[in-house]
Design a protein around this ligand. Structure first.
Ligand SMILES: [Cu+2]
Length: 178
C-alpha cells in the first residue's frame, strides 16, 4: 500500500513535470470549447431592479430582462444576495380571480438566442427572508445562477414602492406585453 502510494506520487510528479513542459512548449493546446461559454459571455441582464419594501416585509421581487446569446438553451435556477436568506424563481398565475405566486422548482428556461422578461405580475426573482428593508435608491448585488452558464452578478436598482416595469411607465398598463 505504501509502495503504491509512492508510485502514485511519482506518477503525479511526472504528470506535473509534463504539464510544466507543456506550458512552455504547447501554449497552442486547444481549450475545451464548452469552458468558454461562461455566464458573463453568453447571458446579458438588462434593467435589473427591485421594489422598495416596507418595514417588516419579509420578501421582495426582483425584475430584469435576461437574454441568452449562447448556442444552447439555459435555465435560471436561483441565486443569492447579501440582503436575503434565500433566492427563489417565481411565476404568477390566476387562481379563481386571485393572483398567486408559485416557485418554479426547475427554474426558468432562457431559450438560445432568446430573452425572457421578469416583471411584476409575471416571472420574477423572489428575495426571501429579507434581512433589511429595500430602500428606494439603493443598489443591491444579486448573484444569479444558471444551470449551464454558471453564475452572473448583477446590481438591482431599488425603485419606489409604486414602480412598475420600465415599459409600463407611460400609461400602457392595459396593453398586453409581447
Ligand atoms: Cu414571488
Amino acid at each position: 500500500m505504501i509502495r503504491s502510494l509512492f508510485r502514485a506520487r511519482r506518477l503525479a510528479a511526472a504528470a506535473a513535470l509534463g504539464s510544466a513542459l507543456c506550458l512552455a512548449a504547447c501554449d497552442a493546446a486547444p481549450e475545451t470549447p464548452a469552458a468558454a461559454e461562461t455566464a458573463a459571455s453568453i447571458i446579458a441582464v438588462t434593467e435589473p431592479w427591485s421594489r422598495e419594501t416596507a418595514e417588516g416585509q419579509n420578501a421582495g421581487g426582483a425584475f430584469m430582462t435576461i437574454a441568452n446569446t449562447g448556442t444552447a438553451a439555459d435555465r435560471l435556477t436561483g441565486g443569492s444576495t447579501p440582503v436575503a436568506g434565500r433566492v427563489e424563481i417565481h411565476t404568477v398565475s390566476m387562481d379563481g380571480g386571485v393572483m398567486r405566486m408559485r416557485q418554479l422548482e426547475d427554474g426558468l428556461d432562457i431559450p438560445s438566442g432568446g430573452e425572457v422578461t421578469l416583471k411584476p405580475g409575471s416571472f420574477h426573482v423572489m428575495l426571501m427572508d429579507l434581512k433589511q428593508p429595500l430602500k428606494a435608491g439603493d443598489t443591491v448585488p444579486l448573484m444569479l445562477t444558471f444551470a449551464g452558464a454558471g453564475t452572473l452578478e448583477t446590481q438591482l436598482i431599488v425603485k419606489p414602492a409604486g414602480a412598475m416595469a420600465p415599459e409600463m411607465k407611460h400609461g400602457e398598463e392595459g396593453k398586453p406585453h409581447g
